[in-house]
Design a protein around this ligand. Structure first.
Ligand code: G4P
Length: 336
C-alpha cells in the first residue's frame, strides 16, 4: 500500500511562501542527499516558478559520494540552478551558502539591493541544525517581520544578505510510490503513516543492487555478494533478521524486528554511505507516475461525464408537472 500522510500546517506554510516569494531572489531547497529526487517538494517547484534556485544536498556524510556528485551535476545542468553538498560537520556553511547565492544573483548586493533568499525543505532534512549553526556562528536572527506571517523568521547572513526561513513542509499527494517509501525510510514521515516491514522491503530493494557488499559486510550474510541483487527482498530481510537474532520461539524470523533493524541502520548509515536513487531512476519513476496520474484523471473525468449523462437522462425521463397544476393546488389550499 502506498504511503500517505496528513501534512500539518501545509496551508499556512504554503501561504507564507506565496506571500514572501514575490520579493525573493534565490530559493534554497534543502534536499536529503540520500534521496534527492524524493525529498524535493513538487509543490515548492510550482510555487517558486522561474526563480533562481540553489539545491543543497544535505546530510552528505550519510550519502554515497559518487551518487552525490551525479546529483550535483544533474542539478547544475538545469537552468538558473546551482547545487552544493553539505553536512552538519561543515564548519563554514554560511560562507558556502552566501557564495553560491551571490554567484547565482550577481545583480543583487549592497544595502540598496540586498540579496533576499528563502530556505525551504521537508521535515527532518536538517534545516534546524543548519540554521542553528548559521545563527550561532555567523548571523543575527531578527525574528518575525512585521506584516509577514509570524511563522517566518529572517536571518541576516551579511548586511546585504537576508535569509528567510520557512517551516518544513510535505505535500498532500505523493504520486511516486517509491518516493513515499524512501521518505519514510529517511525519517521524514511520522511513524504512524507507514508499515515498517513494507518500508524495509523497499529499502532493501533499492540497496541490494548498488550496495550488496555493504549489506553482506554489515549483516555477515552467507549469500555471496554476487547473488544478493537477484535475491527476493523478503528472503533478504529474513536472512538479515536471522543473522541479527530477530528470531521468535519456534525459530521463525521476526520480520517486524528485522525491518526496524534495517530502517535504523539505514538512517544512521550503519550499513554504510548509501543513496537510494540516481537522477535517471528518479526521472523514470516520475515520468511513469505522471503518466499513471494522467490516466487516472482521464478515467475520473470519463466516469463523471457518464454519471452526469445518466443523471441528465433520468431527469429528462421524470414526469413533467402539467400546466395549471400549481393553480389547482392553490385552489385546494384555499378550499382548506
Ligand atoms: P529539520 O529541522 O529539517 O526537521 O531537521 P533537524 O535539523 O531537526 O535534523 C533532523 C535530524 O537530522 C537530527 O537528528 C539531526 O541531528 C540530523 N542531522 C541534521 N543535519 C545532519 C547532517 O548533516 N548529517 C547527519 N548525519 N545528520 C544530520 P535526530 O536524531 O532527529 O536528532 P538529534 O538527537 O541528532 O538532534
Amino acid at each position: 500500500m502506498a504511503i500517505q500522510w496528513f501534512p500539518g500546517h501545509m496551508h499556512v506554510t504554503k501561504k507564507a511562501i506565496l506571500e514572501r516569494i514575490k520579493d525573493i531572489d534565490v530559493v534554497i531547497e534543502l534536499l536529503d542527499a540520500r534521496l534527492p529526487g524524493s525529498s524535493a517538494n513538487p509543490m515548492l517547484a510550482a510555487m517558486t516558478g522561474h526563480r533562481l534556485k540553489l539545491k543543497v544536498l544535505n546530510k552528505q556524510d550519510l550519502a554515497d559520494p559518487a551518487r552525490t556528485e551525479a546529483w550535483l551535476a544533474w542539478y547544475r545542468a538545469q537552468s538558473d540552478t546551482a547545487a552544493i553538498a553539505l553536512d552538519a560537520s561543515d564548519t563554514a556553511p554560511a560562507q558556502r551558502l552566501v557564495k553560491a547565492c551571490r554567484e547565482l544573483a550577481p545583480h543583487r548586493g549592497g544595502m540598496a539591493k540586498p540579496l533576499r533568499v528563502l530556505i525551504c525543505g521537508i521535515p527532518n532534512v536538517g534545516k534546524s541544525t543548519l540554521l542553528n549553526t548559521l545563527v550561532g556562528k555567523k548571523a543575527a536572527k531578527t525574528g518575525d517581520e512585521a506584516g509577514v506571517t509570524r511563522i517566518e523568521q529572517r536571518i541576516n547572513l551579511a548586511s546585504d544578505f537576508y535569509l528567510f526561513d520557512t517551516p518544513g513542509m510535505l505535500w498532500p499527494k505523493i504520486i511516486v510510490e517509491k518516493s513515499g517509501y524512501h521518505l519514510a525510510g529517511s525519517g521524514a514521515v511520522g511513524r504512524n503513516a507507514y508499515d515498517e516491514e513494507e518500508v524495509a522491503l523497499e529499502l532493501i530493494q533499492s540497496l541490494k543492487g548498488p550496495y550488496a557488499p555493504l549489506l553482506v559486510a554489515r549483516y555477515k550474510l552467507d549469500t555471496p555478494e554476487a547473488e544478493i541483487p537477484a535475491m527476493h527482498d523478503e528472503a533478504l530481510l529474513t536472512e538479515i533478521g536471522r543473522k541479527r537474532g530477530a528470531v521468535m520461539s519456534g525459530g521463525r524470523v521476526n520480520l517486524q524486528k528485522a525491518a526496524e533493524i534495517v530502517i535504523n541502520d539505514f538512517r544512521s548509515a550503519a550499513i554504510g554511505r548509501a543513496t537510494l536513487e540516481t537522477p535517471a531512476e528518479f526521472e523514470a519513476w516520475l515520468q511513469a507516475a505522471q503518466a499513471h496520474e494522467a490516466t487516472l484523471q482521464a478515467e475520473r473525468a470519463a466516469r463523471n461525464k457518464k454519471h452526469k449523462r445518466r443523471h441528465d437522462q433520468e431527469e429528462a425521463a421524470l414526469p413533467r408537472p402539467e400546466a395549471g397544476d400549481g393553480d389547482h393546488e392553490d385552489a385546494n389550499d384555499s378550499e382548506d
